[in-house]
Design a protein around this ligand. Structure first.
Ligand code: GKR
Ligand code: MG
Length: 440
């Protein structure tokens, strides 16, 4: 064993399980699913969103599921890590973590963030580890006959609340037919979209993705939502493209209509400067995105709420660790999302159900995907009255639909996309579009 290897894997850990649950094979399959033209600060969603599906098989015939970003560089890393994990005991999550890190020792860390350039400072190791951690917990649950929520310490709630995630959007992708949501480019369009979301899913909290139009316009949309839905807590997320003075001004304006403001500015220091001037709580999934960010953010009193995301916090086990730290240091907690499929949704639901201090309804992009576009057997995960029942079957409680996986992998090959690129797609439609931070 080389020095670098001993640093990551102790001889005790290296003892590969002799039991028949050892990992024998891991499939990493990129898939694509239809996505509407949702606008954000870096451009617009392309016609297809990408994900990678990780299926871990054991000698005993069990399989565990994980889902993560589908960017080419990320998929290549997942495949390298998967090779390291052959023979491992799926109950030995520490060894899984170290072997993943070992597979990344020579990695230059470039690309594969999966967020279209929006969040680029997450931990490489945690990002790659996540789907394997989820898949191993799924296997553990299946072997033990226990849901993942039990493995995470036990469900403290039988259902998890989600917020309706509103986006400015075009009526359709250029050259495509109109989707069921229609156009939303002004306050009345956003209110109409919110009405459809609330009627169909019963959401009891709403978030508007901002950073698209001048802040006054987005503030007006929040005020219109507040007027239409006075009892529904609202959030606004401009993804860090406001300057400090703009954030303070809009923060004051929206003090009585928002429950929290999300990432008005990009850095810990800038958000701290804003927070010291406004009374609105600040949430983040951009300036606190790894364990290393916690001490400086706490010191600076930059944020009140961390929006955890198991895809970049190292999976479910490390997200539970984050929850413990948040509780100790008085940070509130909720959950961030990107476009995702059912495996990730199930993982988020188990995690939220087993996390005492989830203080706000979690984000999800779930309503934006077509029901038939998924790799899991349908029927288990449904948003009703704004919440989803926590699956109680062993593991994640969702099953892989192998035909759907094949179909969605073919969709990936046919769509020709290899990484999320909201900016490039926007520039292909509007060549004057420029990335700018802060923009306002
Ligand atoms: O899907 O366009 C999007 C969102 O903007 C997403 O990429 C963000 O990461 O949902 C996210 C957020 O809350 O910042
Ligand atoms: Mg956000």
């Amino acid at each position: 064993m080389s020095d670098a290897m001993t640093q990551y894997v102790t001889p005790q850990e290296q003892q590969i399980v002799s039991a028949n649950h050892a990992v024998t094979k891991i499939d990493v399959t990129p898939v694509a699913f239809a996505d509407p033209p949702l606008l954000n600060s870096v451009g617009v969603h392309e016609p297809f969103a990408l994900r990678a599906i990780v299926v871990v098989h054991t000698a005993s015939g069990y399989y565990g599921l994980g889902e993560t970003y589908g960017d080419e560089a990320h998929v290549a890393r997942l495949r390298r890590a998967a090779e390291e994990l052959i023979g491992v005991d799926p109950f030995n999550l520490n060894l899984v973590s170290r072997l993943v890190s070992r597979s990344l020792l020579e990695d230059d860390g470039q690309g594969g963030h999966g967020t279209g350039g929006m969040v680029t400072t997450t931990s490489l190791d945690d990002r790659v580890l996540s789907a394997f951690n989820v898949a191993c917990l799924d296997i553990q649950g299946k072997i033990l006959g226990l849901p993942v929520s039990t493995l995470l310490g036990g469900a403290v709630r039988a259902q998890v609340d989600f917020s309706g995630y509103l986006f400015y959007k075009w009526a359709s992708h250029p050259g495509h037919g109109e989707d069921k949501w229609g156009v939303a480019l002004d306050p009345s369009g956003i209110v109409e979209q919110a009405r459809k979301m609330v009627d169909e899913y019963g959401f009891k909290a709403l978030k508007l993705k901002g950073g698209v139009f001048p802040p006054e316009q987005e503030a007006a949309a929040i005020e219109a939502l507040h007027q239409e839905f006075p009892d529904i807590p609202l959030r606004l997320d401009p993804n860090g493209v406001w300057s400090i003075p703009t954030a303070i001004q809009i923060g004051h304006r929206l003090e009585s209509s928002l429950e929290y403001l999300e990432d008005p500015c990009l850095s810990i220091a800038d958000n701290a400067a804003v927070r010291s001037e406004i009374s609105l709580p600040l949430a983040t999934n951009m300036c606190v995105v790894s364990f290393d960010d916690l001490p400086p953010a706490l010191d600076a009193k930059a944020v009140d709420i961390v929006l955890s995301d198991h895809h970049f916090w190292g999976g479910l086990s490390r997200s539970s660790l984050l929850a413990g730290i948040a509780k100790t240091f008085g940070l509130s907690l909720s959950m961030h999302s990107n476009s995702h499929l059912g495996i990730s949704f199930a993982a988020m639901i188990h995690l939220a159900s087993a996390t005492e201090n989830i203080d706000y309804a979690c984000d999800t992009h779930w309503p934006w995907k077509l029901v038939e576009d998924d790799v899991i057997v349908p029927g288990v995960l449904e948003i009703r009255d704004g919440s989803v029942k926590v699956p109680t079957a062993p593991g994640l409680g969702v099953e892989l639909d192998t035909q759907a996986l094949e179909r969605m992998h073919q969709q990936y090959l046919d769509c020709g996309l290899q990484q999320r690129n909201d900016t490039g797609y926007m520039q292909s439609i509007d060549p004057t579009f420029e990335l700018k931070t802060p923009r306002w």
